[in-house]
Design a protein around this ligand. Structure first.
Ligand SMILES: C[S@@+](CC[C@H](N)C(=O)[O-])C[C@H]1O[C@@H](n2cnc3c(N)ncnc32)[C@H](O)[C@@H]1O
Length: 298
């Protein structure tokens, strides 16, 4: 039997509703973590989750864990070298301790773009961030005053995103869930869904036209239809070379068709991506607006 979380009670109960979601996801058998100043979720067994007594030495990491962490750090360092100049565009509070893994460096939504996408939500809205990554979008929705269910399949990224949410002081508004969005979608209800699925790595840019079937791990139609089960109001962040007519066609999957708006997103006058707004998040139908971040270059 499908269980749905109704949005209105969540909004009425404000922040106290989030522990309810936490219990709900535990019942579903997926892992959820509340970020409020306590240790982040880890994928370790419950045996390993015992809290150390005061003064007790920290449990040494297993050799495999150390090796995996070293490789991960090395990968992140190599990628960070390439994207270092953009660190403050990705997270303006980078210097206060923001952390990313290798994928996070090239896939986080630039902060000014994430803030403008979040501005389409109303404060108090319940937002599902379906592919949360290191938290770039979830943080901006939370800063807007929304309550966020941040779904991410990679538990390590959830740790990083939870840490970054603390850096921004918005951890109390975000419930992080480690899980597959496509499996969870039928069980969720919200006011708005934000979709920022993987574009396929930096090489996506080599395709002259990016089609929706190139999105990962499933095509854009599958992601959009999964989102529609949660809310009719959807925001989708896509590559700058995306086939715009294909994106607009998504609005016709609903009856009556959803309002639709698309926006080109510039950072330092460079086109970084393309945002599609559906439902109440859209402005006048089929308008094309441009957003440019006027922040100084790093
Ligand atoms: C483009 S990144 C998101 C970046 C994020 N918007 C930000 O600003 O930090 C896409 C993320 O989707 C995650 N992902 C891939 N498949 C997923 C799935 N089935 N369910 C949930 N997350 C998934 C990846 O691990 C990756 O972190």
């Amino acid at each position: 039997m499908a269980i749905a979380i109704a949005a209105p009670p969540v909004r009425r109960r404000g922040i106290h509703a989030l522990p309810f979601l936490h219990r709900f996801f535990r019942l579903l058998g997926v892992a959820a973590t509340k970020t409020a100043r306590r240790p982040c979720f880890t994928a370790r067994s419950t045996r390993d989750r015992r809290v150390a007594r005061p003064g007790e030495p920290k449990r040494p990491e297993e050799p495999q864990e150390q090796a995996a962490a070293a490789v991960e750090d090395a990968d992140a360092a190599v990628v960070a070298g390439k994207y270092w100049a953009h660190r403050h565009s990705l997270f303006s509070l980078y210097d206060r301790g923001v952390r990313m893994d290798a994928e996070g460096w090239y896939s986080a939504t630039p902060e000014a773009v994430a803030a403008s996408q979040a501005a389409r939500a109303a404060p108090g809205d319940l937002v599902v961030d379906a592919f949360a990554g290191c938290g770039g979008n979830s943080i901006q929705f939370a800063a807007r005053g929304c309550y966020v269910v941040a779904v991410e399949i990679d538990s390590r990224k959830v740790e990083l995103a939870a840490h970054n949410a603390r850096v921004y002081g918005v951890e109390d508004r975000i419930e992080f869930v480690v899980g597959d969005f496509f499996l969870l979608a039928p069980f969720l209800k919200a006011d708005l869904v934000f979709l920022s699925p993987p574009w396929g790595g930096p090489s996506y840019i080599q395709a002259p036209v990016y089609t929706l079937d190139m999105l990962k791990p499933k095509d854009g139609y599958a992601a959009f239809q999964a989102a529609q089960k949660i809310a009719p109001h959807v925001v989708m962040f896509l590559p700058r070379t995306v086939d715009q007519s294909q994106v607009e066609e998504l609005s016709w999957l609903s009856c009556p068709p959803l309002d639709f708006e698309c926006e080109e997103n510039y950072v330092h006058h460079r086109l970084k991506g393309f945002t599609a707004y559906f439902g109440k998040t859209a402005g006048p139908p089929s308008s094309l607006s441009k957003l440019d971040d006027e922040q100084p270059t790093d």
